[in-house]
Unconditional design. Sequence first.
Length: 494
Amino acid sequence: MPHNYCPSPLEICMLFVTSEMHPFIKTGGLADVSSALPAALQRMGVEVKVLLPAYRQVKTKLPHARPICTLPDMRGEEKVVIRETFIEETGVTVLLVDYPAYYDRPGGPYQDEHGQDWHDNLMRFALLSKCAALLAGHASPLDWHPSLVHCNDWQTGLTPAYLHFWEHRHIKSVMTIHNLAYQGIFPSWGVTDVGLPESAYGLHGVEYYGNFSLLKAGLNYADHITTVSPTYAQEIQTDELGFGMQGLLQHRQLQLTGIVNGIDVRDWCPANDHNIPAPFSLHNLPDKALNKAALQRRMGLEVRDEVLLIGAISRLAHQKGLDVLLQVLPRLLEQPVQLALLGSGEQALEQGYRHLAAQYPGKVAAHIGFDESLSHLIEAGADVFAMPSRFEPCGLNQMYSMRYGTPPIVNATGGLADTVVDAQPDTIANGLATGFVFAPLNEDTLHSALLRALSLRQDKTSWEQLQRNGMNRDFSWDKSAAQYVRLYQDLLRT
């Protein structure tokens, strides 16, 4: 596609703004979305450029990104270099905001090597948003002009605000909430520091309980808001999961859409997964048992096929409900059950799972940390996958699990409720059941769901049907991307 090409008005020319992108920089699911969604949109004929900070790790992995223009920094001086590179594997162009004073640092994108937030995160991500708004506006130095800007999470929330106050309202903006719990909250005096007028600081602007929220800026000024599942779109309008933003989201409910994320079906494919010893598919499903034995050996569990092997891969955090699983396990382990856990996070949970593994050798294994190949082996080798999250905007592991014939056990919240169908006699028979769904989250409901899985596994015919149902589901990005395209087109027509 020629560099200057922009689709017709019925199509879309878009700048996708994000603070992380796999495989260049990643702290969570946002990075996966920022890689996979633009690639899927590009395949559908959307002209997409991704705007990303030039962190030290990113510049190392993209050394050939060439400078194409300069933009003013937060003081108005021409010091920001915009670099461009083309990603052959996805067909997507990436633009880098190269400003060493903000981005060329050790540590991660949001925190230093000691886990402390960077002191100047407000200005760092204000600059990312400012560059996005400048590249989208009439004064852009590029000969490429998007008709739409897609922003992601609080780090890009100032982009719609800049477009609004700079009167670039001909440029449509979409704001995606990946997790409402993270809101980019800073002191109120930061409003004028980032170049917004004092009038922006108010109930119907960027003010948030006496502070300044970058996420609220995006939610207020974007033309449309999306989040990563239909159920989560409803949940964030409630007092329980609205995190103080529920009133605003209720006010904007007609401009709020939930679209379930897809997954990378090339990376997560049991038939072609180089991370597992025995690739398998619907045609040789019994070979999955070879991965179970390999997982048991690797994690020091007793190699026994008859036990129910529960897999879990997660941040060990309150949100994920792993504290409830920890409480349930001593009772559950009286049954022929094992646990293989991979994750890290809160110290109390790390210690709790270490203690449980020491208390039940051969039955419980906990790998504290992260290991990409082990995560694939757990998905392939476990019999079921536990995701008892208190809230889950979308979730990816439940989709990986179904793809690997590993029925997930989930709390009925957010994307988990939207992607997993509970195993009941009728849903198994009609081919809809894909896992075990329970609610509300407590020890008794989780214990009951795990016992249901243990019992159903004794019925080999029903169990295999449940596995096949999940493996037959389409979790590719194409379906989700098509929904985004329709949303963009409707927005551009208004």
